[in-house]
Design a protein around this ligand. Structure first.
Ligand SMILES: Cc1cc2nc3c(=O)[nH]c(=O)nc-3n(C[C@H](O)[C@H](O)[C@H](O)COP(=O)(O)OP(=O)(O)OC[C@H]3O[C@@H](n4cnc5c(N)ncnc54)[C@H](O)[C@@H]3O)c2cc1C
Ligand code: SF4
Length: 349
């Protein structure tokens, strides 16, 4: 049992944890609730990833292939863990497919849930078909055509609204989702590549294209692709008499009201805690932090830990995270789990 790690969730973090465990000669059992592996980038059909520029289906597809072809990894798709008994070094998990797994450690790589834009009704999602989310535009880019859902026309003017479902105390989402500024600057460039005549505007509170992304996405998007960044507070999205959309609010740099027509308005949706987290907390006996993400055990000496010994976590399960960092954290969680199991085996012998 002490040579097996149970990994829950097969997104970038979980796939990375499984590969790490397997490469050290340990057994990984990967349990994924969906019928496909790859997590949000595959399930939601992301286009080209930040920062590599590689198509999600190729980049994450490689990660999926690596674990599928590894004899040390057993995969259960369309499955959840319904019960976990035991303690570090000797857990037994019951699965929803009727099977059970004995494992020495567990890694929760259960990720996040996209913010549901219907919780921001004043910004028109769910009311007007041409108000869409970044995940929908990612899917349009993947399909190779930017089109207004209402009638299929190519939009002349697109507005991307940042921080939808993030940094918004009124709806209990105080956190910054970390990657959506960069993803939006990237999407603006992708829209221009597919539809060079479309004008793209990004409405922001602050721009957080952190680290090396400032130059490669924020400046490049403006200087090479003519994306217009407008610092504003958006009040509402309504219908214009000609059937287009009207964006109303205030330009907060010049302190003037704005009412601007657009063909398509895009919500840059944030990263909510996984909606399964209350259930995950109960089944695995781990704590959640104040916003509902998985609580980290300790920051500096048990970075991949949770509040329960023998159960580790990584990636967006802990809070908004990028793919690159989720992959690194997945490797770290896998390595930490087998290091602890190795320590137990040494003590026992
Ligand atoms: C619109 C948008 C675009 C983005 N684009 C980029 C980008 O270009 N570059 C970048 O770095 N980041 C991007 N991100 C962030 C990226 O989505 C995350 O960094 C990444 O998905 C986190 O990986 P993860 O494995 O931790 O979680 P996830 O991708 O959420 O994977 C979690 C997996 O666990 C499974 N799961 C959940 N609950 C259970 C359960 N109870 N039992 C079993 N399985 C379960 C899920 O089905 C899923 O497969 C974007 C985010 C958004 C919102
Ligand atoms: S990354 Fe940008 S868009 Fe996303 S929540 Fe933070 S500031 Fe807002």
């Amino acid at each position: 049992m002490q040579d097996t790690v149970l990994i829950v969730g097969a997104g970038p973090a979980g796939l990375s944890a499984a590969a790490q465990v397997a490469s050290a000669g340990y057994k990984a059992v990967l349990v994924e609730k969906e019928d496909v592996l790859g997590g949000a980038p595959i399930i939601s059909g992301y286009a080209r990833l930040v920062p590599s520029g590689e198509w999600a289906k190729d980049a994450i597809g490689r990660m999926v292939k690596r674990v599928e072809e590894d004899g040390n990894v057993t995969i259960h798709k369309g499955t959840k863990v319904t019960q976990l008994n035991g303690e570090a070094g000797k857990f037994t998990a019951k699965l929803s497919n009727g099977k059970s797994v004995k494992a020495g450690a567990v890694v929760l790589a259960t990720g996040f849930t996209h913010f549901d834009s219907v919780n921001k009704p004043e910004w028109g999602f769910g009311t007007f078909p041409d108000v869409v989310t970044t995940t929908q535009v990612e899917q349009m880019v993947t399909a190779g055509k930017i089109a207004c859902p209402s009638d299929g026309r190519t939009p002349e003017r697109v507005a991307i609204l940042l921080c939808v479902g993030s940094r918004d105390r009124q709806i209990g989402r105080e956190w910054c989702s970390k990657i959506c500024c960069t993803v939006s600057a990237n999407l603006a460039m992708e829209i221009k590549e597919l539809s060079p005549k479309t004008q793209v505007f990004i409405y922001y509170m602050d721009i957080r294209t952190f680290g090396l992304y400032e130059d490669r996405f924020y400046w490049k998007s403006q200087e090479e692709f003519r994306t217009k960044f407008v610092k504003a507070r958006i009040a509402e999205v309504t219908a214009a008499p000609d059937g287009r959309l009207l964006l109303k609010g205030e330009d907060t740099l010049v302190k003037r009201p704005i009412v601007i027509p657009f063909d398509m308005v895009v919500h840059a949706v944030g990263m909510d805690p996984n909606m399964d987290n209350p259930e995950i907390s109960k089944v695995f006996g781990v704590g959640l932090e104040q916003h509902g993400f998985i609580e980290r055990g300790e920051h500096y000496t048990n970075t991949c830990g949770t509040t329960r010994p023998g159960i580790y976590s990584c990636g967006a399960a802990y809070g908004p995270e990028t793919i690159d960092d989720s992959i690194s954290q997945g490797m770290a969680a896998g390595a930490r789990a087998i290091a602890d199991l190795h320590g137990m085996t040494r003590k026992a012998s």
